[in-house]
Design a binder for this molecule. Structure first.
Ligand SMILES: Nc1nc2c(ncn2[C@@H]2O[C@H](COP(=O)(O)OP(=O)(O)O)[C@@H](O)[C@H]2O)c(=O)[nH]1
Ligand SMILES: [Mg+2]
Length: 340
């Protein structure tokens, strides 16, 4: 990182890292370019910022052939409790897994084989939804110039491999290399809290992206001893991700995926209520471990964050009806009454 960056630039960069909405990101990038000290030491970074601005503005403004309204087709607006991407070599079963997990069963494998751009879908877990995005294969043969931008909105990745494929080790290596060239790193480390996620992203490189990953060893029904095979793969490929042996065809192991993600992402469901009324149990607000009543207020309504006086909490994070302040940490299943 260039040494003499100004506080103004650093603030712009921090704002960029915090932002997920693509248009806001573009704004922040322009702010970074505007504020970066223009000297020799920052030339590389300036060039990087310009490339990102170009890519993102083309993505947002350029009409795409495939897109219905000429809008963005490669960046999927986050919906639900978290956004998770399916990443892996060709033919690993990403699209079939996507179809099975999101219930978009209409798409058969012959169609899925032609995955060309991100395909969103929702994977239900209890009363929340996780957004699952099917992606084209990540391999040197199929360059995806938009991939780094498309991954910026993701919270995590499911790294899918074909356990019965003899070239699996090489394929994994090639996925890692291809992502690495785009400064995307998959990590076995899932941040314990929302704040930790932000701090860990605080790398020297503002464009480096670290995505927590769970490895899915798919087509497990094709091998005699999936457990042993998976351990052998772990040895050979030297990965440290948590891994599940699954089969998109038989459905084996698929039920474990959503609960695993829910837990490791630290998703926290909060049900709101108004005084003297029953809580709204239909649709929880979803936050992350480490978030507070203030974060909830912001989710409910922008203005509420500032007008909030106190809250009452029922559930794990407080005794029944306990009065708490804005900094109170919320816990999964809490019922919260916001008072402004
Ligand atoms: N035997 C078996 N075949 C699978 C499994 N999952 C996917 N397939 C098949 O593998 C091929 C590639 O699947 P696809 O989902 O298109 O892979 P993608 O390229 O990673 O999206 C298709 O013929 C699928 O039917 C599985 O768990 N077991
Ligand atoms: Mg596919």
């Amino acid at each position: 990182m260039p040494a003499n960056l100004t506080p103004e630039y650093k603030a712009a960069e921090a704002a960029y890292r915090r932002t997920r909405e693509p248009r806001d990101r573009l704004e922040r990038l322009r702010e970074m370019l505007r504020t970066i000290p223009k000297h020799k030491g920052t030339e590389h970074l300036q060039a990087d910022i310009k490339v990102r601005i170009k890519e993102l503005s083309e993505e947002l403004e350029g009409p795409h052939k495939g897109a219905a309204h000429g809008g963005p087709s490669y960046i999927v607006r986050p919906e639900g409790a978290a956004q998770i991407v399916l990443i892996g070599p060709p033919n690993a079963g990403k699209s079939l897994l996507h179809a099975r997990l999101t219930g978009s069963g209409a798409r058969d494998a012959s169609y899925a084989f032609t995955t060309q751009h991100p395909e969103p879908g929702m994977m239900p877990f209890e009363d929340v939804q996780l957004q699952l995005i099917d992606l084209p294969a990540v391999s040197p043969e199929h360059p995806l110039p938009w991939l780094a931008n498309a991954l910026q909105t993701a919270d995590a990745a499911l790294l899918v491999v074909n356990l019965s494929e003899p070239a699996c080790v090489e394929q994994l290596q090639s996925v890692h290399e291809t992502l690495g060239e785009k400064r995307v790193m998959l990590t076995e480390h899932w941040p314990a809290t929302n704040d930790a996620a932000r701090l860990e992203a605080n790398d020297d490189d503002p464009f480096a992206l670290r995505l927590p990953a769970l490895l899915l060893a798919n087509k497990a029904e094709l091998v005699a001893d999936p457990k042993a095979e998976l351990e052998a793969l772990r040895e050979l490929a030297q990965f440290r991700y948590s891994a599940l042996a699954v089969s998109a065809t038989t459905g084996h192991g698929l039920g474990e995926i959503a609960p695993w993600l829910f837990e490791r992402l630290g998703i926290v469901r909060v049900y709101t209520k108004v005084p003297h009324r029953a809580p709204d149990r239909d649709r929880p607000f979803t936050l992350r471990r480490g978030q507070t009543v203030r974060d909830l207020a912001r989710l409910v309504h922008q203005d509420l964050e500032h007008s909030l006086r106190f809250a009452r909490v029922w559930g794990r994070s407080g005794f029944d009806g306990q009065q708490v302040g804005a900094d109170h940490l919320v816990a999964d299943g809490d019922v919260v009454e916001l008072h402004s």
